[in-house]
Design a protein around this ligand. Structure first.
Ligand code: SF4
Length: 62
């Protein structure tokens, strides 16, 4: 699984970081970034974060 974020559309809500802090964090500008690609343990929560992003800017590629 590979995660990318279309950061130009991020509204800094923090949902992704709250759901999967191992993969997502808000940077100093308040935009979400991927700190590391998901491992087996974090795949499910990373996919959940993508599904719950209110503006659907988290892209999951299998
Ligand atoms: S859930 Fe989406 S809009 Fe919210 S911080 Fe993460 S990437 Fe940005």
């Amino acid at each position: 699984m590979t995660i990318t974020i279309d950061r130009s559309g991020c509204i800094s809500c923090g949902v992704c970081e709250a759901i999967c802090p191992k993969v997502f964090r808000l940077d100093d500008a308040g935009l979400a970034e991927v700190t590391q690609q998901p491992d087996k343990e974090s795949e499910e929560s990373a996919a959940q974060a993508a599904a719950d992003c209110p503006v659907a800017v988290i892209i999951v590629e299998e």
